[in-house]
Design a protein around this ligand. Sequence first.
Ligand code: OOG
Ligand code: NI
Length: 468
Amino acid sequence: MSDNTFISTDDTRTLFSQAMSAMYQKEVPQYGTLLELVKEVNTHVLSQDGTIRRQLGDTGQLNRLDVERHGAIRVGTPLELATLRRLFAVMGMMPVGYYDLTVASVPVHSTAFRPVEEAALAANPFRVFTSLLRLELIEDDALREKAAEILAQRAIFTPSCLKLIEQFEENGGLTPEKAQEFVDEALFTFRWHHEATVDEKTYDSLRKAHPLIADVVCFKGPHINHLTPRTLDIDLAQSRMPQHGITAKETIEGPPRRVCPILLRQTSFMALREPIFFKNQDSGGGTHTARFGEIEQRGLALTKAGRALYDELIAQVREMTRGVNKDMYATVYQDALNKAFEQFPDSFEILRNQGLGFFYARVNHDTLAAKPAIAAQTWDELVEQGYIRFDPITYEDFLPVSAAGIFQSNLGSENTEKDYKLVSNQAMFEEALGMKVRNEISVYAELERNSKLDALKILGLSADKYLA
Ligand code: OOG
Ligand code: NI
């Protein structure tokens, strides 16, 4: 079979994210409402702001506006995680980053499956935040063993899905027909099942250990727990949620509103309380809170130095808001956030000059046309003489403190302030996954470097000389 009979992994990812979106809108109608709100806000921003409209057009993002989404799932065993790795590979999604959520009292560690190449990101950046439950954090031996036993009995992938993954691995691709079949089969894994696989007593005891443990262990599969469209103005979207009958989380996670957006800002609507049925129980049932909707606004990817500054300022905000009572919290938090981030430069040029962010280098064709004989001898001279211009590289990953905030606001009302003693364990996660995760900073560094190489090639200059 020759290569060109295969569909691209980007196209399979797009088919999958569209199918997932349609399924989730059916399962959680409020998510459909959220999508409408986002569309309304994005249309408004584009009509008001010619600069954004031009910038999105120039960087090919206008048609990627409505596909910009992420989702999240939580699984229970190493085998489930390793198989997901293979499933996501069919869609060109690789594990990037390691997130330890135990520091935030959530007994999971996670990665994001996502595309990594510039062209793949431009085609469709859809990513799935994927968490593995850390059963070893259940203190009660009997309960831990019971949870493991329940998980060992379930099969979260359909036989056809597994077969198609194998076909992809053996042949190096799937035909368009097979890809469609794969998407249909893969969707089964992410569906909601309102029948729990356990009786009420087991559900309750797991839930008492941690609501998240019950969410992972008690169902047939790792239901998608939220999807996240991209908004061009998250503050506006947040403020309009009540008008659409949506109850928003109190604060927006991440950096404050800025002229030059950095990293990731996100907010969600509260998880729904949904009816579930227990095993061996004919009448009645219970409720389960897990599924919600979220919106995000992304900005510049930060270098190691930029990220260190961000983390330091977020820590300052945490100090400034420690112990503030609930009624005052949102206001005090907002003020503290704005105050702390006065220390973070808010101009792309300064951010670039101080080495705080990653940028794509592009040839400035106007300069090249005006001064075709290039006298510049170094990269810096090329920049100074205007041959190179820069576009911010968008942050495609997640933020552990923000993720913890999203988790916490959606776990229900129980007290989940657990003090987990176990330290983060990336090696253990990678062993379960069956490979190492890529470090996100190195992914951005590579994108930046590749863009410089491309620019030099266009200018007919040697990389050895200019990037030495
Ligand atoms: C994942 C929460 C993390 C985000 O946007 O930070 C996340 C979860 O609740 O399973 O999706
Ligand atoms: Ni999310």
